[in-house]
Ligand binder design. Structure first.
Ligand code: TRP
Length: 370
């Protein structure tokens, strides 16, 4: 692994001000600035991104974040992709079939164009030095701070478990280790991850203040908010695996047709794009538009008064055409389990080398390199 970017450089305006509580609008404004800097000099950025292995990824994931990762990779940004197999232990249902879920995730990554020659795909469990960072990091945050994380609160409220594990409260500090072990300075995320990123920045700042001796051991990474709008599932609520309303990348053309045929619409025949009053129809238009690289209004104008059945035909065709090459690649990779395992083995090895080097720096800074 070559040089480690610290912060993105002197010409990156600092977002480290008291007013910057990373409200969404602040993060959005900052993301626009970052987008320009990425285009100008992709080599200044190192991205850390990832997913919990909960099974197959769907179109909501794809247009929300996955697509953007491949775009960044192809612009020449260095990328680490973590399969968060320790973080996912907060969800007991999923922990039962970890190996299968991890393999599905690697398959999805390869299918959409994550290139293991340029991007490092790895898992928590294979990188001990990353996990070791959690301990000093935990000493830098208070219980009150962990307690008021809105994303964690929300997950607890929606969890079907009878008690809340210690991991549930501490995984955001572990996520800081995911990001900081490779000194990433850019993290493409959805809005729900902003509290975790704010905690990561806090930990980096406090570590530097306490142990840095005037130098920065860790950068304070920026969130890169994607501007992809939210896709609804076939029942009109947010697309999500657990709601059973998702179209997965791996679904075949017939299953896709069946799911879209059953999608909720409304009783108005004339098709218009109006997310506020017609959320279901508008989300279908948006999906077709994303696949066709056009605007939802253009798709709506094409369909006009042909009605919901015509809309669904258009959406089905667009999705199947768009996903065709992705699905073909996925099928091909699925037949080569040895390649999947080799991809992970190599990624884990690269991540371990980076984590070992960071941990060595941390131990030196903390005077614990005996
Ligand atoms: N928390 C993320 C999710 O639930 C997954 C994740 C784990 C992650 N570690 C990360 C995302 C580091 C960004 C950076 O989807």
């Amino acid at each position: 692994m070559n040089t480690t970017p610290r912060s993105a450089g002197a010409d990156v305006p600092s977002s480290d001000s008291a007013a910057d509580e990373l409200g969404t609008s602040a993060a959005q404004a900052r993301s626009a600035v970052l987008e320009e800097l990425i285009l100008k000099d992709p080599g200044k950025f190192r991205v850390l991104t990832g997913d919990r292995p909960t099974g197959r990824l769907h179109l909501g994931h794809y247009f929300g974040t996955l697509h953007n990762r491949v775009r960044l990779q192809d612009l020449g940004v260095e990328m680490f992709v973590i399969i968060a197999d320790y973080q996912v232990l907060t969800d007991r249902d999923v922990a039962d079939n970890l190996t299968g879920h991890v393999e599905e995730l690697v398959l999805d990554y390869l299918a959409i164009g994550v290139d293991p020659a340029r991007s490092t795909i790895f898992t928590h469990s294979a990188v001990p030095a990353l996990n070791q960072l959690l301990l000093p990091f935990l000493s830098l945050v208070s219980v009150a701070e962990l307690n008021r994380n809105p994303t964690v609160k929300d997950e607890i409220a929606h969890s079907r478990q009878s008690s809340v594990s210690g991991l549930m409260f501490t995984y955001p500090a572990h996520q800081a280790a995911d990001i900081l072990f490779c000194k990433a300075n850019l993290v493409p995320v959805g809005q729900d991850q902003l509290p975790h990123l704010e905690l990561t920045r806090t930990i980096a700042r406090r570590f530097n203040d306490r142990y840095g001796n005037g130098a920065d051991v860790f950068p304070q990474p920026d969130a890169l908010l994607s501007n992809a709008p939210l896709l609804l599932g076939t029942d009109g609520t947010k697309m999500s695996k657990s709601r059973g309303n998702a179209i997965t990348l791996a679904a075949d053309a017939d299953e896709t047709a069946r799911l879209i045929k059953g999608a909720k619409t409304d009783s108005e025949r004339h098709i218009t794009y109006d997310p506020a009053t017609r959320p279901e129809v508008s989300s279908l238009l948006l999906l077709a538009a994303l696949c066709q690289n056009r605007t939802p209004q253009q798709v709506a104008d094409d369909i006009g008064s042909a009605g919901a059945a015509a809309l669904k035909r258009t959406v089905t065709e667009s999705v199947n055409e768009y996903l065709g090459p992705i699905r073909a690649r996925r099928t091909q990779y699925a037949q080569d389990r040895a390649y999947l395992r080799e991809t992970l083995r190599e990624g884990n090895e690269r991540a371990r080398a980076v984590a070992d080097s960071t941990l060595a720096g941390v131990r030196a800074a903390m005077n614990s390199d005996y």
